[in-house]
Design a protein around this ligand. Sequence first.
Ligand SMILES: [Zn+2]
Length: 258
Amino acid sequence: VPELPEIETAVRLLRRVAVGRVIEAVHLLHPSLGRMSPALRRSFHGARVTMAERRGKHQLLHLADGRTIRVHFRMTGDWHADTVDAERPRFARAAIDFADGTRLVLVDPRALSKIDVHGAGAPIDLGLGPEPDDPALTAKSLRRKLANRRGAIKPVLLDQGVIAGLGNIYVAEALWRARIDPRRPAMSLTPSELTRLLAAVRFVIRRASGARYRDRDGRIMRLDVYDREGDPCRRCENRIQRITQAARSSYYCPHCQV
Ligand SMILES: [Zn+2]
């Protein structure tokens, strides 16, 4: 699953490859992405990309005509940059051809990525909370936000409306670092625990900044707790446990996360 630094990397690629270029055509190559009306297809011809930005795990490509193309990788999406005369890569699900022959291909083995187009002038409500590095995000603001959340802190932190962009790996790593049990009711966290949690969230994101959580061979980079079921905790040497919360795996140390 692409985590926030991987989306940052993807947006940097969009800035390098797409921004400033003029679109020749957009192709949707897989039924999961739906179909474009002929009018929409024609409307992309000659559209210039002016800006690329990340909001949570969404990628936004702004066009000079005011429209925005929104891309979400979901599980296995990624960009592949080549040229229009190259053979399409395996698992190509969408492609943006540029007038100068550059091409951007959305590659996605599981075909769960989403692309949609938002009209000019329409505000895009992605239902996102503050970014982790937003100075307005404080232990106090987080405490207000969690005040009525009886659910366990782990799935609550995956709610993009609480903090934007946190995924399963980050949340596991942050809760381990903050020594908080993922099963604790969100509303039960004390101010000092929330301070620790926020510092931990920011730490794990900085640690991964610009990197990918999987290396070229698909191995997960060194993590403290995620995917380490049965291995010794790096802090207390007790065994890491895996439980399922809201249909996702949670990894934690039952000894030092309380
Ligand atoms: Zn431990």
